[in-house]
Design a protein around this ligand. Structure first.
Ligand code: GLA
Length: 420
């Protein structure tokens, strides 16, 4: 019985939007003893392909999950932000907006007050508010629970302080949403202290239901690529490995720094300037160029592999999108598999749990599988036949049990709506 219990897949359901709104409204009323002015929400994301390319001015292809973070908010006088979360029992946190600066706010409130701070820095007249937060985006699973919180706060502040940036759900204002995304990125980089690249906030605010978002991080331009797997009898299975993943730790920043170092040695602004044709020359130049005194061959070899990942990964995004444009969805498994290998071997951001998930999914018949998000834990995605979702999930759960790993959790991802 024990064995059977361990291998029965656990599913993470998305709340219906009405349920999510009612939850935060009730939480707000309970903790603040009043009704909020309104409720807002923003999605987590998966990235189909294009990993660790955003901070290199590259391409990525995320879409918005049906799983969202909900906020109930009331505008207040003065500049105090009071925060409560359903995920935390420790009462009301309070932060004075005028005192917010890098390093001053700890924990999850940084993602909320960081957005208000960044909007103020951008010249908007933003003051205090009370906010209650609840979420069905799995936390720490590499599915952008932090961006979902930032972006839900961003659209709430936009509405309450009349900034006029988000537009309506029917007619989103893309330029305004880009500005809200920028404020959310500053919140994460400067107030929460995670040097992430901006993909997560862009998709949470600028996604379109039924589409993946082709995001060009060189100039922030986007294209909405139709992405309806059910029309092809396919589904995207997300496997939350439950392996702890933290972007605030040093590994993510170290990858980013290595890319910047390589670009600087090559005399270019970002690695986006190298294409597949120029890759061989660029790698040779790096290998033979000069680094700091005392640098060994190993350090140079690491830079070579990091650059090779980024440049080939950007090419794989183009390949993936070309297949979608050609209605050859079944063939995107190949670039997915190649992406995982590159992230594992050249970029070294995979881990045992992610590799087990990807291999077990493929063995159970997935057309392709890869880690998604920053890595070092978090989630993997697998492209599977619609009728085989349960079978592949059961096979992955069984593989985790056989390897003595914590039971993973699963969700089925469909391209959903942006923050509203
Ligand atoms: C995290 C970051 C993103 C991006 C991915 C890797 O999700 O938040 O900006 O760099 O990792 O593609």
């Amino acid at each position: 019985m024990e064995q059977q219990h361990e291998t029965t897949p656990v599913w993470v359901q998305a709340w219906d939007p009405a349920e999510g709104s009612e939850r935060v409204r009730a939480l707000f009323a309970d903790r603040f003893g009043a009704e909020p002015d309104g409720t807002w929400s923003a999605p987590g994301r998966v990235n189909l392909i294009g990993e660790h390319t955003d901070y290199n001015g590259g391409l990525c292809l995320p879409f918005a999950l049906p799983h969202r973070t909900y906020v109930a908010v009331r505008r207040t006088d003065g500049d105090a932000v009071r925060l409560v979360s359903a995920q935390e029992t420790s009462g009301v946190r309070e932060v004075a907006l005028s005192e917010v600066a890098p390093g001053t706010v700890s924990g999850w409130p940084a993602y909320v007050v960081g957005v208000a701070w960044a909007l103020r820095e951008a010249g908007h007249d933003v003051g205090g508010f009370d906010i209650a937060v609840d979420s069905c985006v799995p936390y720490g699973a590499g599915l952008s629970s932090s961006a979902a919180l930032e972006c839900a706060a961003a659209v709430a502040i936009d509405a309450l302080y009349g900034l006029g940036l988000a537009g309506t759900a029917e007619q989103p204002d893309d330029a305004g949403r880009t500005a809200l995304a920028e404020a959310s990125i500053r919140a994460e980089n400067e107030i929460a202290g995670a040097s992430t690249g901006g993909m997560d906030q862009a998709v949470s605010l600028r996604a379109r239901s039924g589409h993946a978002l082709l995001l060009d991080c060189r100039d922030g331009s986007t294209r909405h690529v139709p992405f309806d797997l059910s029309a092809h009898d396919l589904a995207l299975l997300v496997i939350d490995t439950k392996a702890e993943h933290a972007l605030v730790d040093g590994q993510y920043a170290a990858r980013r720094a290595a890319c910047e170092e390589a670009a600087s040695r090559l005399g270019i602004a970002t690695l986006r300037e190298i294409d597949l044709d120029g890759l061989g020359d660029a790698l040779a130049a790096l290998a033979h160029g000069t680094g700091p005194v005392g640098e060994g061959r190993d350090e140079v070899e690491v830079l070579v592999r990091r650059v090779r990942h980024v440049v080939t990964e950007i090419a794989r995004v183009e390949e993936f999108v070309a297949l979608l444009d050609d209605d050859r969805v079944e063939e995107v498994g190949a670039p997915m598999d190649a992406s995982h290998a590159s992230l594992r071997d050249d970029y070294e951001v995979s881990c045992r749990e992610l590799d087990v998930a990807v291999e077990a999914a493929r063995e159970a018949g997935a057309l392709g599988a890869r880690m998604t998000g920053g890595g070092f834990g978090g989630s993997a995605i697998a492209l599977v036949r619609a009728g085989a979702v349960d079978e592949v999930a059961a096979a992955v759960a069984a593989a985790f049990a056989a390897e003595g790993l914590h039971a993973p959790a699963f969700l089925v991802a469909t391209a959903s709506a942006p923050a509203a």
